[in-house]
Design a protein. Structure first.
Length: 210
């Protein structure tokens, strides 16, 4: 099946897939989606309630994935509202900051259980955000960033190996590390998400008892 058969004007409307992103507040979810959708990297943090973006990802072999990107709020006060974003999801991104260990642990303790409950059969991708802060920032710069959000200042950053291990534990289809600020890893992430979302679903045979 070709994803470039755009002669039919309703092609992308029919083929568009839905991606939902979840994770703790301030872990970089909104920045990731804004940069992917062609907007500038935000310099100020504004907590998200719900946002929606449309993007096209041009992959290898002339494939184009068109996706609706659904941002969600990570704060506890929105726990009851967030599931309203979940119906008809094709792929879900579980995100954490690579310099916030509590957010990393919350993938296992909160975000995996929640998405597994509401989106049990939907493939998930684990994403470590803010890679620039882990790899390129000084201890002082990381501490200053952590203070802005009330995070512990002298945490050990999450390693790539820890991310891979957690991805295996929760059954994630893939694991990516990204930086919305430098754009590192963003293209690879969304190509990977497009491949997962557009992968044909297995048909389940139904048995009827008369």
């Amino acid at each position: 099946m070709s994803y470039l058969d755009t002669t039919n004007p309703d092609f992308f409307k029919r083929q568009r897939k839905k991606l939902v992103i979840v994770g703790d507040g301030a872990c970089g979810k909104t920045s990731l989606l804004m940069v992917q959708s062609g907007q500038e990297f935000p310099t100020e943090y504004v907590p998200t309630i719900f946002e929606n973006f449309i993007t096209q990802i041009h992959a290898a072999k002339n494939k184009v994935y068109e996706m609706s990107l659904w941002d969600t709020a990570g704060q506890e006060e929105y726990d009851r509202l967030r599931p309203l974003s979940y119906p008809d999801t094709d792929v879900v991104l579980l995100c954490f900051s690579l310099i916030h260990r509590e957010g990393f642990e919350n993938i296992r303790d909160k975000w995996y259980p929640e998405t597994n409950h509401f989106l049990h059969d939907v493939p998930r991708i684990l994403v470590g955000n803010q890679k620039d802060l882990r790899d390129n920032a000084t201890d002082e710069e990381r501490a200053a960033f952590a203070r802005r959000f009330g995070w512990p200042e002298m945490q050990r950053p999450i390693t790539y190996e820890e991310g891979v291990k957690l991805a295996h534990e929760i059954g994630a289809a893939k694991y990516f590390e990204t930086s919305a600020k430098t754009k590192e890893g963003i293209y690879e992430l969304f190509v990977g998400a497009g491949k997962v979302a557009y992968k044909p679903k297995r048909r389940v045979r139904q048995c009827y008892f008369l």
